[in-house]
Design a protein around this ligand. Structure first.
Ligand code: ADP
Ligand code: MG
Length: 406
């Protein structure tokens, strides 16, 4: 689960990570009030679940480029302004418009709230993150003196410019870590103590809230020598949310794909993709295999969908509805292996779902396993036009052809 920058910063502030003063606004008037309260220079920052906002471009719902209200240039997702009235204008120009960044894809994201925070004088920018390194099974700090730029680029071009410091979870945080990070970033002795406090606070926040990523890009040295987190991104482990209600509450469904949100309500594991073949499969392994074989035969899957080993007729109906809710779906492949679940039960579920939902695209069905003969009979005698496939390859060929070929 992702959260907004303002939420991550509020959380980090509670743990003692230095962040600029600021507050979130969902209207231009609110933005002005916050700017007035903060006084002086403030930064207006579009809150979307994607980075690259500083270099992003805003456009209106009609597709026009949004101009900066006070300067002669296009407006991005991060703007430094020197008065509350300008903060109000800039916030007004961001809210309700769409921000396109390197991370959003061409469709962009609607800006529904903005963070108004103190403008800070920057001397140097760094990159600092804490994440779970699965290869060495340890929470690991990643630091680079090349802040602001994308860490992936640094990693690809100059891997030696990245410092990695794993934390032994049995020992926990130790002061040598902050020291190593401070020197790794070229900060020097004067900053070791500040770096230590900050890294210890990050570790505590990360561990105690079941985070999987905490990224500060940039971490800065201010022009008066302080170390401050200027941006913050946090991801949390979905499987831990049952025990982290305060974090789960921060979820912003408006930032998630509506079909994925809908699928989540029914307990379906659904991830939307950009192909044309809708897939309904039981079991994650078979779902992966199905996507592969569709690709192999020149098609492209519209989704990953695992209805689970114990899918009921009701779940099959819900899954159908979600698949057909995606306008890019040109054909559906139902690929079920009847193990614990019997094929005749699945077939009945599919038939009743198809009748209820009213299927408008070709549906290929491949059933295998317990009671498969009975299952096929049910499909064939249903009066509905299913394309019954014999095996994975036949299913893939049929569905790719039905979706319009490769
Ligand atoms: P993103 O990563 O989405 O582009 P950031 O929060 O990193 O957004 O902001 C982009 C840039 O804007 C930063 O690298 C920094 O130079 C500047 N910036 C962000 N917040 C502030 C602030 N409070 N004061 C001054 N400059 C800021
Ligand atoms: Mg950033």
């Amino acid at each position: 689960m992702n959260v907004h920058e303002y939420q991550a910063k509020a959380l980090l502030r509670d743990f003692g990570v230095p962040v600029p003063e600021g507050d979130v606004a969902s209207s231009a008037a609110e933005a002005r009030e916050i700017a007035q309260r903060l006084g002086g220079k403030v930064v207006v920052k579009a809150q979307i679940h994607a980075g690259g906002r500083g270099k992003g471009t805003l456009r209106t719902p009609g597709g026009e480029t949004v101009r900066h209200p006070a300067e002669d240039r296009p407006l991005g997702g991060v703007a430094l302004v020197d008065s509350a009235p300008t903060a109000e204008e800039v916030a007004g120009a961001m809210l309700g418009n769409t921000l396109v960044t390197k991370q959003t894809g061409a469709e962009g994201r609607e800006v529904r709230c903005v963070l108004i925070e103190q403008g800070v004088g920057i001397a140097r920018e760094f990159y600092l993150a804490l994440l779970l390194d699965r290869a060495i099974k340890a929470p690991t700090f990643i630091a680079s003196a090349e802040g602001g730029t994308e860490i992936e680029e640094v990693a690809a071009e100059r891997p030696e410019a990245i410092v990695k410091v794993p934390v032994d979870a049995r020992v926990g945080y130790s002061p040598w870590i902050g020291r190593k990070l401070a020197f790794g970033l070229g900060l020097g002795k004067a900053h070791v103590s500040a770096m230590n406090k900050l890294a210890a606070a990050m570790y505590e926040a990360f561990l105690s809230r079941d985070a999987s990523l905490l990224e500060i890009n940039p971490l800065i040295e201010t022009d008066d020598g302080r170390i401050v987190a200027l941006d913050a991104k946090m991801n949390f482990d979905d499987n831990a949310m049952y025990r982290r209600p305060q974090i789960a509450e921060m979820r912003d469904l408006g930032e998630e794909d509506p079909l994925e949100v809908e699928a989540g309500k029914y307990g379906l594991n659904y991830i939307k993709l950009d192909g044309t073949v809708g897939c309904m499969v039981n079991g994650a392994g078979l779902a992966m295999g199905t996507m592969d074989i569709i690709k192999h035969h020149g098609g492209s899957p519209a989704n990953f969908l695992d209805v689970g080993g114990g899918a009921t007729a009701e779940m099959v109906t819900n899954a159908f509805q979600i698949l057909l809710g995606d306008e890019h779906v040109k054909a559906v492949l139902i690929n079920i292996f009847g193990g614990i679940m019997r094929c005749d039960v699945v077939a009945e579920g599919v038939v009743s779902a198809a009748k209820k939902v009213g299927v408008s695209v070709p549906v290929v069905v491949r059933l295998e396993g317990t009671n498969v003969e009975r299952g096929r009979e049910i499909l064939e005698s249903s009066g509905l036009e299913f394309l019954v496939a014999d095996g994975m390859r036949d299913a893939a060929e049929k569905v790719v052809a039905a979706a319009g070929g490769n």
